[in-house]
Design a binder for this molecule. Structure first.
Ligand code: 5AD
Ligand code: SF4
Length: 440
């Protein structure tokens, strides 16, 4: 048998990309590749890229520049660019970077092994189609290797919302949902391999409407109730949601499904109705607030997380004030916030842009407010007795880290045999980004 070939993978961006990278590693494992931590020792380098941040493509080009020497030292080295930058700029990447052998869009990962075989010796391949079939199903049976206690599972991809600032509808294509049975099979397999918590992923996950076993359209809530029946699966989460797809049955599941964790990432982007309209968000600040109230009625302790964009074209001081007001009313436990930045090809890219200094100053104020809210919620956990799913060892001997139901990282002294179990932990201390506690 020949020695395994080495695959170096670098993943950018969201959890969906982390999940996709894992699937690609498994696919390549079936054709004799194993992973390596260093590009210098690799036979193949795979960059799984993200297009959502500014200058994403430029960063990929400069990363590729660093691999030039490796390619000249080892002409057999294969370099692949996957993910959303590949989808958006596949042909241009090939033209600008002659050392790239493969460009693979997010819908073509099941063909990666075939592409790898077809490339090399000067042959270069681009696969950025949007095929109809379920790519995840084609990635092959996975060996029953043990997995970490918490795993991602992609259930939905793409987006039809076309927010004026966002590239996702262009790079990931229109919304599509995987069939229920395929998701349940994958979930069963994960549980057999030691997974206790599954986070369902989708760009617009609560728009999920997969086909059920009897051909019926199934909502995300109905899928969650199916997963709830799986013995051994203890916790269910989902991300990312759009306010307009937050249906009654999903809100009800937050009240009644004990495996569904009290955490909801529900981006609002802005608190100004004028800006929300210009963003093409099709909700208002008030409709978002009403939704939050309803969700809190169903599950009073739920931790709300959000995304914000400051300095969207035409945002005035009073629009920004409306965003700050909304934040004060909601009280976020967690949030991601960004200065608006241009994504070529999206409607907002063509509009009058704000001064960079104004954006920076607004972002600073917004992040301070969120940080205060986040810290006060985290501090309120001290003295409480919380169930924690212990996930892994830390660099301190005898210490494990896990997650509370609210997704706070919790450090405890505990034996490694407790990894993968849920323990009741009395929280003793609130740190900068984590909690510390003692097993009860
Ligand atoms: N500029 C700034 N932030 C953006 N996001 C998406 N596109 C842009 C952009 N052009 C943010 C949104 C989204 C998150 C994933 O990234 O807040 O919810
Ligand atoms: Fe992008 Fe989310 Fe808007 Fe879809 S709903 S266009 S993924 S920001």
């Amino acid at each position: 048998m020949s020695a395994p070939k080495k695959l170096f993978v670098k993943t950018y961006g969201c959890q969906m990309n982390v999940y996709d990278s894992e699937r690609m590693i498994e696919t390549m494992g079936q054709v004799g590749y194993e992973t390596t931590e260093t590009p210098e020792t690799a036979d193949m380098i795979l960059l799984n890229t993200c297009h959502i941040r500014e200058k994403a493509a430029e960063k990929i080009y400069s990363e590729l520049g660093r691999f030039k020497r490796l390619k000249s030292d080892n002409p057999h080295l294969k370099i692949a660019v996957a993910g959303c930058v590949a989808q958006a700029e596949g042909v241009e990447i090939m033209q600008r970077q002659p050392m790239v052998d493969m460009v693979v869009g997010p819908q073509s990962y099941h063909r990666l092994a075939a592409l790898e075989k077809a490339s090399g010796n000067g042959k270069r391949v681009v696969d950025i189609d949007f095929p109809e079939e379920d790519k995840f199903d084609q990635l092959g049976a996975r060996p029953k290797a043990k997995r970490a206690p918490s795993a991602f599972l992609t259930v939905q991809e793409g987006c039809d919302k076309f927010c004026a600032f966002c590239v996702v509808p262009y790079t990931r294509g229109s919304e599509s949902s995987r069939p229920v049975e395929r998701i349940l099979n994958e979930a069963r397999d994960l549980v057999e391999r030691g997974v206790r918590e599954i986070t369902l992923l989708g760009q617009n996950v609560n728009a999920y409407h997969g086909i059920g076993s009897k051909g019926q359209e199934t909502s995300l809530a109905a899928l969650i109730w199916e997963l709830d029946k799986l013995d051994g699966l203890e916790r269910i989460r989902f991300t990312t949601s759009h306010p307009n797809d937050m249906n009654e049955d999903l809100i009800e599941a937050h009240g009644n499904c004990t495996k569904l964790m009290p955490y909801l990432h529900l981006p609002v982007q802005s608190g100004s109705d004028r800006i929300l309209k210009r963003m093409n968000r099709s909700h208002t600040a008030q409709s978002y607030m009403d939704l939050i109230d309803k969700i809190r009625q169903a599950r009073p302790d739920i931790l709300i997380s959000g995304d914000f964009i400051v300095g969207f074209p035409e945002e005035m001081e009073e629009d920004f004030d409306a965003t700050m007001d909304l934040i004060r009313r909601v009280e976020y436990g967690q949030a991601y916030s960004f200065k608006y930045s241009i994504r070529p090809g999206t409607p907002a890219a063509e509009r009058n842009q704000l001064d960079e200094g104004v954006k920076t100053e607004r972002l600073y104020r917004l992040q301070n407010l969120i940080a205060e809210q986040q810290k006060s919620l985290q501090d309120s956990m001290v003295g409480r007795n919380l169930p924690v799913l212990l996930e892994k060892s830390t660099r301190f001997e005898g210490q494990l880290v896990g997650k509370s139901e609210y997704l706070h990282a919790v450090h405890v002294n505990a034996p490694k045999t407790m990894i993968g179990t849920i323990q009741h932990v009395r929280i003793t201390q609130s740190n900068r980004n984590s909690l510390t506690g003692k097993i009860c």
